[in-house]
Design a protein around this ligand. Structure first.
Ligand SMILES: Nc1ncnc2c1ncn2[C@@H]1O[C@H](COP(=O)(O)OP(=O)(O)O)[C@@H](O)[C@H]1O
Ligand SMILES: [Mg+2]
Length: 270
């Protein structure tokens, strides 16, 4: 955690009072269409060096909240600030350099017709980041545990776990300060999942990144995150240091999520 001169930790992302609702298809001609409140009055703050886990069952609003935090979607009300500045307009390019995302399915961020080199270098080109992009791609491939010659191959030549490593390399390319990940391990089988969790843990600590990790699996969050936020029906029901939330959950919903995990590995375990 980086401390400012006043001794307080630097706040990176800060969300205040976020709301996002969706109109669902009209069920009856004369009735207004039903509204789904996907995110309700969510406030959070990510200080530098923190690894924040967002958990909740499917449909609890996790992905919608991430899209708002990433400025990929606009809230009905509420604000998102990064380093104190609203994330809109001219600030967006700067924000995209600083905050990068990894999704559940790596194929969503890798173009099947492009060689890996081009997929990893794309954010560097889009964000007009100068430097030797080939060298940067090689360095990133090594950082995620792949051979540099992977650069010349296509996504379909790799396994699911290797593709997620490539997607992580792409996210890290612009040297972000914050990594945001939406269920990055849930499409992987158990053994590979453990390896990719280790890759993320290692890179986050090696590059001093802050992390926002979304998962329906509280066990995964326990292994990687020091703070935890529990979402239910779009609202925050619990928030605090991971250990205290998990050892003394205050809300019955958090207890139910914990009960759904068969056997929790020890903190810091595999
Ligand atoms: N574009 C959309 N249109 C209508 N409803 C949506 C849309 N996106 C999300 N929702 C609804 O909002 C709720 C939260 O969805 P989501 O954020 O994807 O949850 P999670 O990621 O936790 O599974 C769900 O009920 C979902 O059906
Ligand atoms: Mg989701």
């Amino acid at each position: 955690m980086t401390l400012t001169e006043t001794g307080t930790a630097t706040t990176l992302l800060e969300a205040t009072g976020l709301h996002r609702s969706f109109h669902l298809p009209r069920r009856a001609l004369l009735r207004p269409p039903p509204i789904r409140h996907a995110v309700r009055a969510v406030s959070l703050s990510l200080t530098e060096g923190t690894r924040l886990g967002i958990v909740g069952e499917s449909g609890s609003g996790k992905s919608t909240l991430l899209r708002l935090l990433l400025a990929l979607d606009r809230p009905d009300s509420g604000t998102v600030r990064y380093r104190g500045r609203p994330v809109t307009g001219r600030e967006l390019t700067w924000f995209r350099r600083e905050v990068q995302v990894v999704l559940q399915d790596p194929l969503n961020s890798l173009d099947p017709r492009s060689i890996v080199r081009d997929s990893i270098a794309e954010p560097l080109e889009c964000l007009r980041i100068p430097g030797d992009h080939d060298a940067r791609v090689a360095e990133l491939l090594i950082a995620v545990g792949l051979e540099p010659d992977a650069a010349q191959r296509y996504p379909h030549e790799f396994s699911g776990g290797q593709r997620q490593r490539i997607a992580i390399a792409r996210a890290l390319a612009p040297r972000p300060r914050v990594l945001v990940a939406d269920e990055p391990f849930s499409a992987l089988d158990a053994t590979v999942r453990g390896q990719i969790i280790e890759v993320v843990r290692d890179l986050v600590s090696r590059f001093g990144l802050s992390l926002i990790l979304v998962s329906h699996d509280i066990g995964v969050v326990q292994q990687l995150c020091d703070e935890l936020l529990v979402l239910k029906d779009g609202a925050v029901v619990e928030q605090g240091p991971t250990e205290s939330v998990l050892t003394t959950p205050q809300h019955p919903y958090t207890r139910a999520l914990l009960d759904a995990v068969p056997a929790l590995p020890p903190v810091g375990g595999r």
